[in-house]
Design a protein around this ligand. Structure first.
Ligand code: AMP
Length: 638
């Protein structure tokens, strides 16, 4: 098979259906949805201006499920069927969740036949964490439709963020939840990467970025490295039970003695409703302390006849939470140690999560890493804004292609003689699409084998074989006549789809492959290095393969016209051609390119008289035909 025509490689982005792509920060506690609009990312809110969607779904016994703010109210009424924190459960089995199990007010059970957890709603029904997340995502989609003034059905595509440490099962579960909510996921994006994108750090060339993410219930530290426009996660560490909730608890503990003295009970002796009220009081006071040197801790529960007020200074609060903050700094140091990076080598530290508003947190981070952290963007919104920035690129709305994820190695197919025709080159941003035309090499060929390979080497045998497919059903035609369009498309997750179609007959075949599967970074590096090391040798082999293929084509066409050679060529021309043909037949694809080039030149030159004879024949036939036509025309005229 040899190339017959080739078309340029086109990014798919501009060809996708119109309509915004949603950027969704699917959080443990709250979810935010944003879009790219008028050249900037924007977080969307409901008609009352509220952007936070509580990540909660409720499944009433006698009504359809509700999610978000509507489900929040149901938490008190119907706690068994109102599910929060589903993100902690995604992609997990019961055995993974010993710690969570004790803290959650609903019942976790093992799903039948699958090592996945489900929630028993207590009325004979069960829901999976995927279904709960799907309800939250559907709510995000509804809110977005309301804010954008369109039908939810018009919002079909999304970028969804997940923690960097999420494994394949957790990412897959997130994707499934989106599908249930009617959303196609164009990209699962790491939360720290989204934060770096929101700050445009990729454009500013910030190479090493530490993302410090302290939310309500979790802490994550991630170290990112920017390589040729692509953020890679070098290391992560965290604590799935450390966050603002612990600050609230520390603050409640500060007033515990006072509380006991005044109302005769310690926090843990209060009933659940009063405990919730106390938690809210602590959170309110904590937030005020982020802006003021002192704040009132005001707790009252009229139903229980309780009222309490105390003034707390920021220094007391800071002393109480210092050990917690130090734990987060230690985790960050761990991340740097794991990656062998010194604090001085960091280009930027980015703050994410509502709890980074606490002044002590900022001070400690600045002290530990010797620079003020990036904090200009609302730390609650930065991930959603980054997701929208990425969505803008994927929707083709934002100009300036962000090289976020690229093909690590070139992808192509094996052509005649064992050479590789590369359709998608290494470092092409995904999603990507390329089409190239091929044809048959042998007369009457009815099937073509396509061998799909990955790598930088010139010969297929030196590349990584990804798979094969056979295109059958091509009607017998002379070599070179069939038009076979081979199309490679890679989606944003790196899934490669290869389609081949013979245009005259419509014969088609298709295969799906996962190119990156099973390749580690060091394997990719080795493949690149071997391509470098063998560059000259590879180029020679490729040239040899191509020249040998061309030689075969000329040999065949001479052989096809053997009778013309015999009858019409002069003795000298004939014997030169026969000699050249003889030498050419002996050549192999492993011969050095210079020898093959010499043989090809000689054969083409020796075949020149044959070409002339054939042309004369064609011309003579045309003249004869014209004469005949004239005779016939004249005849008609009579
Ligand atoms: P997130 O999970 O990122 O939404 O973070 C929520 C946490 O941030 C909760 O524990 C909030 O109490 C906390 N938070 C939000 N605003 C502030 C503030 N101004 N000062 C201190 N903590 C805050």
């Amino acid at each position: 098979m040899s190339d017959s025509l080739s078309l340029p490689t086109l990014p798919v982005a501009g060809q996708q259906p119109a309509g915004p792509v949603l950027g969704i920060d699917l959080g443990t506690t709250n979810t935010l949805v944003a879009v790219w609009q008028d050249g900037a990312p924007r977080v969307l809110s409901d008609p009352s201006g509220e952007a936070l969607i509580p990540s909660i779904a409720s499944f009433p016994a006698d009504a359809p499920p509700v999610a978000g703010r509507n489900a929040l109210d149901r938490a008190r009424l119907d706690p068994e069927r109102t599910i929060h924190s589903a993100k902690r459960l995604l992609g997990k089995g019961l055995a993974d969740l010993e710690q969570e199990r004790r803290l959650l007010p609903f019942r976790l059970v093992e799903a039948e036949g699958r090592e996945r957890v489900e929630i028993d709603l207590g009325d004979g029904r069960r829901v999976s964490p995927v279904e709960v997340s799907a309800q939250v995502l559907a709510e995000a989609r509804r809110l977005a439709a309301g804010a954008l003034g369109c039908d939810p059905a018009e919002l079909e595509r999304a970028v969804i963020t997940v923690p960097a440490y999420f494994d394949d099962a957790q990412r897959q579960a997130t994707r499934e939840a989106a599908r249930l909510a009617g959303l196609e996921v164009l990209r699962i994006l790491n939360e720290p990467t989204a934060a770096a994108l929101a700050y445009g750090l990729d454009r500013r060339g910030a190479g090493r970025v530490l993302v410090y993410d302290l939310g309500g219930g979790t802490f994550d530290a991630s170290l990112l490295q920017l390589d040729e426009g692509v953020y890679r996660v070098l290391a992560t560490a965290g604590d799935t039970y450390l966050g603002g909730d612990d600050f609230d608890r520390a603050l409640s503990d500060l007033v515990a003695d006072d509380l006991e003295r005044r109302i005769g009970r310690r926090p843990q002796e209060l009933d659940p409703a009063a405990r919730t009220a106390l938690r809210f009081a602590a959170e309110r006071c904590k937030k005020e302390l982020s802006a003021a040197e002192e704040a009132d801790f005001v707790f009252h529960d009229p139903a229980a006849g309780l009222a309490f007020r105390a003034t707390i200074g920021r220094d007391r609060f800071e002393a109480a939470i210092r050990p917690l903050v130090e734990r987060t700094i230690e985790r960050c140091r761990q991340v740097l140690r794991d990656a062998g990076v010194e604090p001085a080598d960091l280009d930027q530290v980015v703050l994410v999560g509502g709890s980074t508003r606490v002044p002590l947190v900022r001070r400690q981070v600045e002290e530990a890493f010797g620079r003020p952290p990036a904090d200009a963007i609302d730390p609650d919104r930065v991930v959603a804004l980054g997701a929208a920035a990425q969505a803008g690129v994927l929707a083709g709305q934002s100009d300036g292609m962000l090289l976020l994820d690229v093909t690590p190695l070139s992808l192509g197919i094996e052509t005649m003689g064992g050479a590789v025709s590369k359709l998608i080159l290494r470092n092409t941003p995904v999603p990507a699409r390329a089409v190239e035309g091929f044809t048959t090499f042998v007369d009457g060929q009815t099937a073509v084998k396509l061998h799909i390979v990955q790598g930088e080497r010139e010969m297929a045998a030196d590349c990584r074989s990804l798979g094969e497919m056979i295109l059958r059903g091509i009607p017998p035609m002379p070599a070179g006549l069939p038009k076979i369009a081979v199309e490679f498309t890679i989606d944003a997750d790196g899934l490669l789809r290869v389609r081949a179609r013979e245009e005259r007959s419509g014969a088609a075949a298709e295969i799906e492959l996962r190119p990156k599967h099973g390749l580690t970074d060091s394997e990719v590096e080795n493949m690149l290095k071997s391509a470098w090391d063998h560059a000259q040798e590879d180029m020679d082999r490729r040239r040899s393969a191509d020249l040998h293929t061309q030689l075969q084509t000329v040999i065949r066409s001479v052989e096809k016209n053997a009778d013309v050679v015999r009858r019409e060529l002069a003795e000298a021309a004939r014997s030169r051609l026969e000699e050249a043909l003889e030498d050419a037949r002996e050549a192999g694809p492993e011969d050095p390119p210079d020898r093959l080039k010499g043989l090809l030149d000689e054969l083409e030159e020796a075949a020149y008289p044959l070409a002339e004879a054939l042309m004369n024949r064609v011309a003579a036939e045309a003249v004869a035909k014209r004469r005949l036509d004239e005779v016939l025309d004249n005849g008609k005229g009579v």
